[in-house]
Design a protein around this ligand. Structure first.
Ligand code: SAM
Length: 288
């Protein structure tokens, strides 16, 4: 690429509430030479709302590979462009991956302009662990493939995040309940940032009932956030935790010993504390 290569801006747009666009996103959309959008008609509504009129090209899942060359050739001649999708952050369950990959391979500058993203928005209000999570996007549409996939995730210990549409939400929630159990903690975030925003909880069983009973809860766009499975502790892990606890309990309190062992092994504090109490009881009765 030449020194005059233009910049590819990857610009997030709102997921509902139009006020959720950043000042910087507006400036970039005003200043680029052209905008690539998933559905140009849909994005024109947003651009009209912002008072922006720009040449547009369409890049969607069916033409992205063919469009990449044409768009990159314009960038190599010094034009700059913004990539937007119908809603939220491009490339997140949206087109743009091939474009960004090839642009980077060709040393074209790719600049993020961050903003709304449904998965982060749902996680932020889920009340479920956010330190580790696994984004699964959309589940397979065929029931058997969906069920097989969900079953493969049932022992995953990190928080799981899924996207779902109104056509399949009831079936998917039911399948999630069957795979993960009705007591698994979860939330269903619907129509976030829009008029009918709702966040249902607290377990898959409760959500399944509400979605089945109330047709309104099946309307709109959805993110499902599910707590990970409890970590299963292996026998060798338990044996080495017990050995360490045994040593520490000779000099320390149950609380102190279990805190050190939980930290050292990474095993759950409450489980280690329970084992420490059991071991302590054994010591006490053998000392009598
Ligand atoms: N690129 C987008 C993002 O950054 O989140 C996602 C695009 S994906 C094609 C559309 C899916 O995102 C919807 O089917 C739904 O699962 C989720 N989604 C988008 N907007 C949403 C909203 N306002 N409330 C709940 N879910 C939403």
């Amino acid at each position: 690429m030449t020194d005059q290569s233009g910049i590819l801006y990857v610009v997030a747009t709102p997921i509902g509430n139009l006020a959720d666009i950043s000042q910087r996103a507006i400036q970039v959309l005003q200043n680029v030479d052209f905008i690539a959008a998933e559905d140009t008609r849909h994005s024109r509504h947003l651009l009209n709302h912002l008072g922006i009129s720009k040449p547009m090209v369409s890049i969607h899942e069916h033409n992205e590979r063919q469009q990449v060359d044409a768009v990159l050739s314009r960038l190599s001649k010094g034009e700059s462009m913004a990539l937007i999708s119908d809603a939220g952050t491009p490339l997140i369950s949206d087109p743009g991956y091939h474009l960004v990959k090839i642009a980077r391979e060709k040393d074209i500058q790719v600049v993020p302009v961050p903003g709304a993203c449904a998965l982060v928005t749902a996680l932020s209000v889920s009340g479920l662990p956010t330190d580790h999570f696994r984004f699964e996007g959309f589940l397979p549409s065929k029931k058997s493939a969906r069920k097989t996939h969900l079953d493969s995730l049932k022992d995953e210990t990190v928080t799981l995040v899924f996207y779902e549409s109104s056509h399949r939400i009831a079936d998917s929630i039911k399948d999630m309940k069957d795979s993960f159990g009705e007591d698994r903690q979860a939330i269903l975030a619907r129509e976030m940032t829009k008029t009918f925003e709702t966040v249902l909880g607290n377990t898959l069983g409760e959500i399944a009932v509400k979605v089945a009973e109330d047709a309104n809860q099946r309307k709109g766009e959805f993110v499902v956030v599910i707590k990970g499975a409890e970590k299963k502790i292996s026998d060798p892990e338990l044996e080495s935790a017990d050995a360490l606890l045994g040593l520490l309990l000779e000099d320390l309190s149950t609380k102190q010993a279990s805190r050190i062992v939980a930290k050292h092994t990474g095993l759950p504090k409450n489980e280690i504390y329970k084992r420490a109490l059991g071991l302590q009881k054994n010591f006490d009765s053998s000392a009598k």
